[in-house]
Design a protein around this ligand. Structure first.
Ligand SMILES: NC(=O)c1ccc[n+]([C@@H]2O[C@H](COP(=O)([O-])OP(=O)(O)OC[C@H]3O[C@@H](n4cnc5c(N)ncnc54)[C@H](O)[C@@H]3O)[C@@H](O)[C@H]2O)c1
Length: 340
């Protein structure tokens, strides 16, 4: 049931047949969907993850379709243990998703964010070059565009890279390193500039706003909205993101490519949609706004269409329904768990 929700893509089955792909951060939210997607399209996959925010049970679907224990390396990309699988196994493609992903955490502590996202990325790129892999697919973020003027939305890839917080800075630095490795080592890259990714399995203290609001409402609590809730995001469904990664693996270096819907949705609009889907009528609790938060964002996906043949297929209402169904299943499992 769960797997089938994620994989309505039978038309592209087998296009990655035999391709060897290392996925860093593969036990995370996005990574686990990517791993499933790559396996279903015929790739051989190895996962590197230090499980700092990732979870082994995120890979249950992947295990059901062939990921073995040997294919999972629990290690940190900042050290040799985390990159050895790249240099030894010599994949065709490295999909680099491992990162410190929280803006709030990066604002409080920029150094660990930079350590994981800059030093970790450089380590992965070094190993990719040593292994002779032809392509790296990198998860960048809309945060690298910073504050885009209203007239510039939806933002295209030619807009200035102008991050305004430490997490945007570390992700943008990754882009500069990709340029350097391409120029000096001939390493092709596709950097997916991801919007606000949401979908089943997104959990944890610092997870995305859709998952946080849905989780609170499903537990019978009030959802928290930062500030007036009129800040906008480009919400993109995780299955669509996984499909973009699979397409990137077979396309070759496409450079920077936005992965979003082109639509701005305010957080408060998303809240109302989630509340209606859950059937909750509690008003949201408004907390103070997050300092330095980007006010408006939407990504122009035209280049993704032209270069990858990608377009979003799941709209927010459909995606939220999948998130709520997943949340209900998780809650039911928690409530059925034996008391120790
Ligand atoms: N979710 C979003 O809305 C979003 C938006 C833009 C970009 N991204 C990017 O997509 C990627 C995946 O994000 P996610 O939402 O799945 O987050 P996530 O936290 O679920 O996944 C990150 C994974 O990387 C692993 N990891 C972190 N540091 C590591 C290290 N030093 N060594 C090895 N593994 C490490 C974590 O354990 C986790 O499994 C990240 O690069 C993130 O910046 C996500």
């Amino acid at each position: 049931m769960y797997l089938s929700e994620l994989t309505g893509w039978s038309d592209s089955a087998d296009v990655l047949r035999g391709m060897r792909v290392v996925v860093t951060g593969g036990a995370g939210f996005v990574g686990s969907h990517v791993v499933t997607r790559l396996l279903l399209t015929g790739a051989r996959v190895k996962v590197v993850d230090n499980l700092s925010t990732g979870r082994l049970d995120n890979l249950d679907d992947a295990r059901r379709i062939g990921l073995s224990e040997r294919d999972l390396v629990v290690a940190d990309i900042r050290g040799p243990g985390g990159t050895a699988v790249i240099t030894r196994w010599r994949p065709d493609v490295v999909v680099h998703l491992a990162a410190q992903t929280s803006v709030a955490v990066a604002v409080r502590a920029p150094a660990p964010d930079a350590d994981a996202n800059i030093c970790g990325t450089v380590n992965v790129l070094d190993a990719t070059v040593s292994a002779g892999a032809g392509l790296v697919v990198y998860a960048a973020s809309s945060a690298v565009y910073g504050r885009v003027p209203a007239a510039g939305l939806p933002v295209g890839e030619d807009a200035p890279v102008a991050p305004i917080h430490p997490h945007g800075i570390s992700k943008a630095t990754g882009l500069r390193y990709l340029d350097w490795y391409r120029e000096h080592h001939g390493l092709a890259y596709t950097a997916l500039m991801l919007g606000n990714v949401y979908g089943p399995r997104q959990t944890g203290l610092h997870c995305g706003v859709v998952a946080r609001m849905a989780g609170a409402l499903l537990r019978g609590e009030r959802a928290v909205v930062a500030g007036d809730g009129r800040q906008t995001r480009d919400f993109v469904y995780v299955g669509d993101v996984a499909h973009a990664v699979a397409l990137a693996c077979v396309t070759g270096g496409a450079g920077m490519v936005n992965i979003g819907t082109g639509r701005e949705t305010s957080v408060i609009e998303a809240y109302h949609l989630i509340a209606a889907t859950v059937g909750a009528d509690r008003p949201a609790r408004h907390d103070p706004p997050v300092t330095g938060e980007i006010r408006r964002m939407a990504l122009d996906p035209a280049r993704a269409g032209a270069r990858l043949g990608w377009q979003p297929t799941v709209d927010l209402a459909e995606g939220v329904a999948l998130v709520v169904a997943d949340g209900r299943r998780r809650l039911a499992r928690e409530r059925l768990a034996p008391i120790r």
